[in-house]
Design a protein around this ligand. Structure first.
Ligand SMILES: [Zn+2]
Length: 311
């Protein structure tokens, strides 16, 4: 019984390490809709439920597809040097670079470009179901690229004595403070080089890492351990986690960083959807057949056998 309880706790803890957290991913996929131009917005508004629900499909796939995990991050610290030769579409990568080495360091910038191409094709074919599927995935990967902890091998503070910082930054804080964020981001922009855009996003995220780690240490040093951690109710289970008090203080110390990254992720998603539609020749979408979530598109949540890195 004790072991079963521990296993359940472990599963729920693993689930809590999802990128951005399910709530944040859904929120980020929902809001670009409100920024889209009048020709494009009605289609996405009509499909708001589907695009919001599918925001987390990419994370669910990690449990059933071993190739999925590497698409959500890039460990920039594991590159001795980052050259412009990497800022090219996946199929143009120098063949001398061993694919295995690249895959194990994560491929999120390339994945954004690959998914963009799928979305462009779906727009071109006026395939409503494919548009929603790829737009939702694109929002997911673009969002992951905006999380500082998705750009380092120390992704959960396991190398710096800060285990748990991943879920703290991208799940606890958004869940607790999202209501106070301004999520209206203005008009999307046209992106003429998607892979470069994606690389810029991960570099920007990476530049924030020092603050993410240093401020956690600073706030930790200002509190006793008993104040820092407390039993918190998550998914109806009590678990030892950062206390509410710690979350408040850390969020204040970050000085708006989480909100700024969420706003950037929403704007990036809106701009990617908009650019794919432009590149596809601005197809009219008003007469497309209504889209329904079918079995092919709904992925069961198989928590028990997560494949690859928990993130
Ligand atoms: Zn993810």
């Amino acid at each position: 019984m004790k072991m079963l309880f521990a296993a359940v706790l472990l599963i729920i803890f693993a689930a809590s390490l999802q990128s951005w957290g399910f709530f944040a991913h859904r929120t980020i996929n929902k809001h670009p809709t409100y920024s889209l131009p009048a020709d494009l917005a009605p289609f996405f508004i009509k499909q708001l439920y589907a695009i919001t629900e599918k925001a987390i499909n990419a994370d669910k796939r990690v449990y059933i597809n071993s190739a999925e995990s590497t698409r959500h991050f890039i460990d920039l610290d594991r590159y001795e040097q980052l050259s412009d030769s990497l800022v090219v579409p996946w199929f143009k990568l120098n063949k001398r670079l061993r694919q295995h080495d690249i895959l194990k360091r994560g491929i999120v910038p390339w994945q954004i470009d690959l998914t963009y191409r799928k979305l462009l094709k779906a727009f071109h074919q006026k395939n409503a179901q494919a548009i929603i599927r790829h737009a939702a995935d694109l929002g997911h990967y673009a969002s992951d690229a905006h999380v500082p902890l998705h750009t380092t091998s120390n992704y959960n503070g396991q190398l710096s004595g800060q285990v748990g910082i991943h879920a703290l930054w991208e799940t606890r804080l958004p869940e607790r403070f999202m209501h106070s964020y301004d999520l209206y981001v203005g008009k999307p922009v046209y992106i003429d080089n998607v892979v470069e855009f994606a690389w810029n996003a991960v570099h920007e995220s990476h530049a924030l890492l020092d603050s993410v780690f240093d401020l956690e240490k600073k706030v930790s040093a200002s509190m006793s351990h008993r104040m820092k951690k407390s039993y918190v109710l998550r998914n109806n289970i009590l678990m030892l986690n950062y206390s509410d008090e710690f979350c408040e203080r850390y969020h204040e110390a970050l000085n708006g960083m989480v909100e700024r990254r969420i706003r950037k992720a929403i704007h990036a998603t809106a701009s990617l959807w908009y650019s794919a539609w432009i590149d596809a020749g601005q197809p009219g979408l008003s007469k497309l057949a209504p889209f329904e979530i079918n079995k092919k598109d709904s992925i069961p949540y198989q928590r028990l056998s997560r494949k690859g890195r928990e993130e």
